[in-house]
Design a protein around this ligand. Structure first.
Ligand SMILES: [Zn+2]
Length: 303
């Protein structure tokens, strides 16, 4: 499932390619992608628009169009946004539609495509079909994302801010990191990697962090995400970058998916547990399980 590093990789690759380009037309091949807006309506609104900027907020891709509008896309579980040379979906030699078996995987999973003015095409492919898109006025962007948490690479993401966010929370640190209203863009992979880097047990209650833990975790989140971007994202399953290529972060995971392997820090054995329904990998040898902090003003009971 694409997380911040995967989305950021796609946005960085596409930016120089599509900025300033005119979208000759958008074709929505799956009504679910545009829901609840009818495909024809979205096609009409986006076609003939010019791409003024490309950006990211959390795991959302923001395609800024002229006229003060932004097409917001989310890849969800298996979405990919891939730039392709303008191939025809019709077989030119036969002038007929290709049979299902002759079509590439990407063609079978094509949900929408943008035909650009240089003849190239931007394909949104998505086997599981959870990916989505909607058009919004730029004026409404801030409100639309008001409940989305802090951007991990922004100056607002300080140890103190993370500590405040976590204060009083009894949810496990793993779940706390996955909550998009706290820190935006961290998903299952990078939450595991960040907790390992911070030497914190995923089941520690979020509110149990002391300032030094919040600082370690802040740094670890940033470092884990940067490592992901440097590796072009992780391709455990469907993720491909904007060139259709796999990322290599999965080869560099410290703990994620490494059940039974040696911990790269202490040599202990990495285990897998399930936290909030999500597979969670960590080293019980060196990731400290914090205790709940007693409420302020109340003295701990004597044994
Ligand atoms: Zn260890």
């Amino acid at each position: 499932m694409p997380e911040l590093p995967e989305v950021e990789t796609v946005v960085r690759q596409l930016e120089p390619e599509v900025e300033g380009r005119r979208i000759e037309r958008l074709e929505v091949l799956d009504e679910r992608w545009a829901r609840p807006v009818p495909p024809l309506e979205l096609e009409a609104a986006v076609s003939a628009g010019t791409v003024e900027r490309l950006g990211r907020r959390g795991k959302y891709i923001l395609l800024g169009l002229d006229g003060g509008r932004t097409l917001v896309m989310h890849l969800r579980m298996t979405g990919n946004l891939i730039l392709r040379e303008g191939e025809e979906m019709l077989d030119p030699s036969e002038g007929r539609r290709l049979y299902e078996s002759e079509r590439s995987t990407e063609e079978r999973h094509l949900r929408a495509r943008f035909v650009l003015d240089d003849g190239r095409e931007l394909w949104f492919t998505d086997p599981r079909r959870f990916g989505e898109a909607f058009l919004i006025d730029d004026d409404g962007l801030e409100e639309r994302f008001a409940r989305l948490g802090v951007e991990p690479f922004s100056p607002e993401f300080t140890p103190a801010a993370l500590g405040e966010m976590a204060a009083g929370r009894t949810a496990p640190l793993k779940s706390f990191l996955l909550d998009q209203s706290g820190v935006a863009g961290v998903g299952n992979i990078y939450a595991d990697e960040a907790l390992f880097r911070a030497e914190l047990h995923p089941l520690s209650p979020a509110g149990s962090m002391k300032p030094e833990h919040a600082e370690a975790l802040r740094d670890a989140v940033v470092a884990a995400l940067e490592a992901g971007i440097d590796a072009g994202g992780s391709s455990i399953d469907d993720y491909r970058d904007a060139r259709g290529e796999r990322g290599s972060m999965q080869d560099e995971f410290l703990v994620h998916t490494r059940e039974g392997e040696d911990c790269p820090r202490c040599g202990g054995t990495i285990v897998r547990i399930v936290v909030g329904g999500r597979s969670t990998y960590f080293c019980p040898g060196c990731q400290v399980r914090l205790r709940r902090r007693p409420k302020r003003g109340r003295r701990p009971r004597r044994p």
